[in-house]
Design a protein around this ligand. Structure first.
Ligand SMILES: Nc1ncnc2c1ncn2[C@@H]1O[C@H](COP(=O)(O)OP(=O)(O)OP(=O)(O)O)[C@@H](O)[C@H]1O
Ligand SMILES: [Mg+2]
Length: 361
């Protein structure tokens, strides 16, 4: 899918504006605080996701006009034509072609993947970052994923309360068993797809990267449902001792290896950053493969930590994919951007007229 145009009113520091985007690669440049991330966030919201920084959609309303709501509109084309309209503030709603819709159905019709600077530590960062990575992919390729994950989190919270009170947790095990095994199976499928996708981006990788999904607290039985029951049984005493649930997707991770070594040890810092970019592109590849729809990529400041060669390879990989890309950078350090450059100043966005003489934009 492609975002043909978008418009917003009363969104953070952005001036009300309608923008006609390029269907290829869009690069937003501008000083710190100019509104680049906010612009990317409007596209994230129009494609059915939440705010980047806060869980509350009301935080999107311009501080200077808090009593007004934030309105956004987007026209999307590609596999189908869709007009999205959202209202955020005291109430939040999203509509598709004039009919009230829900955020998860918009996500699967207009698949978009956003990667923020923190995602550059996918290889060497905490397991929670890798779980978020799996969740983003799964939420796109499995329509029920987000709601089942929420149900699972709710059951885990209930289990925590029961453990803290020293009460029997049997009822929560029964609720969790089908949810946990389904989430594990979804994550395994997603990681297999990502592994296949990585082979399309060899230039970003210093060696073959292998991924293995690790089930939280698992005793290693192959069938996920049986694994859940056996793991719960084996860890019963430990759970009672520590009073927290020890089995489930909240403790999953991805082991990343290159040859017989752990990728976080084998790759240099720069190579870990490049490999993280490869993982982002492989995620988009997986989504396209599964949904048969071209994803929209939203990339905020991901070039900042790459060296010149890394940035070159990233731009080459992006231009070879025929996905619509929205990238932002404050450092103007991407040479020869093969697409449209937009300048962001005080919340206003304009197509750049600065010539790029093959050097810095
Ligand atoms: N609800 C809001 N109302 C008005 N302004 C806001 C609101 N939320 C954030 N801002 C302001 O928007 C400005 C632009 O933020 P944004 O993160 O988009 O900048 P940026 O161009 O991405 O900068 P950087 O290069 O530092 O990442 C910030 O200075 C922030 O104070
Ligand atoms: Mg920013």
């Amino acid at each position: 899918m492609y975002c043909i145009s978008s418009a917003n009113r009363n969104f953070r520091n952005l001036k009300p504006q309608r923008l006609e985007w390029s269907m290829g690669l869009n690069l937003l440049i501008g000083e710190n605080g100019s509104g680049k991330t906010n612009t990317l966030e409007t596209l994230h919201l129009l494609t059915g996701w939440g705010p980047f920084r806060s869980l509350r959609k009301s935080s999107l309303v311009n501080w200077n006009q808090p009593s007004e709501q934030t309105l956004m509109k987007g026209f999307f084309a590609g596999e189908e034509h869709i007009e999205i309209y959202t209202v955020m503030g005291s109430s939040n709603l999203i509509s598709c072609d004039g009919k009230r819709s829900n955020f998860s159905s918009v996500r699967s019709r207009i698949p978009a993947l956003a990667f923020l600077p923190g995602d550059l530590s996918l290889i060497d960062g905490s397991p929670s970052g890798r779980r978020r990575y799996m969740d983003r992919i799964c939420a796109l390729i499995f329509p029920l994923y987000a709601s089942r994950l929420n149900d699972c989190k709710r059951a885990l919270r209930h289990r925590t309360v029961l453990l803290k009170q020293g009460r029997d947790t049997g009822i929560t095990s029964k609720v969790l068993a089908p949810l946990v095994s389904w989430i594990w199976s979804s994550r395994i499928t997603a990681m297999d797809l990502v592994c296949a996708g990585l082979s399309s981006f060899p230039d970003l990788l210093p060696g073959k990267l292998e991924l293995k999904h690790i089930r939280g607290g698992s005793v290693g039985v192959e069938d996920p449902l049986q694994d859940f029951w056996e793991s719960i049984e084996l860890r019963r005493k430990e759970e009672q001792k520590y009073r927290i649930p020890l089995v489930g997707p909240q403790r999953d991770d991805i082991i990343m290896t290159c040859g017989d070594q752990n990728a976080s040890e084998k790759f240099s810092r720069g190579h870990r950053r490049r490999a993280s970019v490869a993982l982002m592109l492989a995620a988009a590849w997986a989504v396209e493969r599964r949904l048969r729809r071209k994803p929209i990529l939203i990339l905020d400041e991901i070039a900042a930590e790459l060296d010149e060669r890394g940035r070159e390879v990233m731009v080459k990989s992006l231009s070879g994919c025929s996905w619509q890309v929205f990238a932002a950078t404050a450092e103007n350090n991407i040479k020869n951007w093969p697409g449209v450059v937009w300048e962001v100043k005080n919340g206003r966005i304009e197509k750049s007229t600065i010539p790029d003489p093959g050097g810095k934009i």
